[in-house]
Design a protein around this ligand. Sequence first.
Ligand SMILES: CC(C)(COP(=O)(O)OP(=O)(O)OC[C@H]1O[C@@H](n2cnc3c(N)ncnc32)[C@H](O)[C@@H]1OP(=O)(O)O)[C@@H](O)C(=O)NCCC(=O)NCCS
Length: 147
Amino acid sequence: MIEYIPMTETHVAAVAKLDEACFSMPWSEQAIRSELTNPLALWLVAVDGETLVGYIGSQSVMGEADMMNVAVDPAYRRQGIGEKLITELMARLKENSVYALALEVRASNESAIALYDKLGFTQVGRRPNYYRKPTEDGLILKKEWEV
Ligand SMILES: CC(C)(COP(=O)(O)OP(=O)(O)OC[C@H]1O[C@@H](n2cnc3c(N)ncnc32)[C@H](O)[C@@H]1OP(=O)(O)O)[C@@H](O)C(=O)NCCC(=O)NCCS
């Protein structure tokens, strides 16, 4: 059974490894670790027993959250884990009176865009050449809810 729980020090190395496997400009392990003591941050992990299979990171200011990243181990994709990470994050943010979640996604990232679309995110902007390696536009998506 997959569990969705707040990230702790025990997960940091595995989160950094998955981040490096999934993104061309990964967060350093130290940057991920510093989120554990960042009062604005909420990161969740999906674990299958001792195995880390996904994570999601966010930072919130004045009731609005930004999703820093979300990723699922390739061997565990298309099982609803990415969707559950986002809905679990939104539920926990709501408990903290957060009413909106925004994120950037590469314009070519069809699987992630399909996931955000399924969850009711809408495009509110576009940042030309926002990403590097390769250079690409970023779409800004957002979802709001009642608190
Ligand atoms: C995006 C990502 C997190 C999705 O995780 P996942 O656990 O495979 O997603 P889920 O199984 O929860 O999928 C939920 C929905 O998203 C959409 N989706 C997910 N992967 C898809 C794909 N490859 N093609 C089309 N739609 C997809 C579907 O609508 C799916 O619902 P369905 O299974 O009922 O059709 C995963 O592909 C990933 O880690 N990608 C690499 C990292 C990344 O790009 N992160 C986003 C950065 S902005």
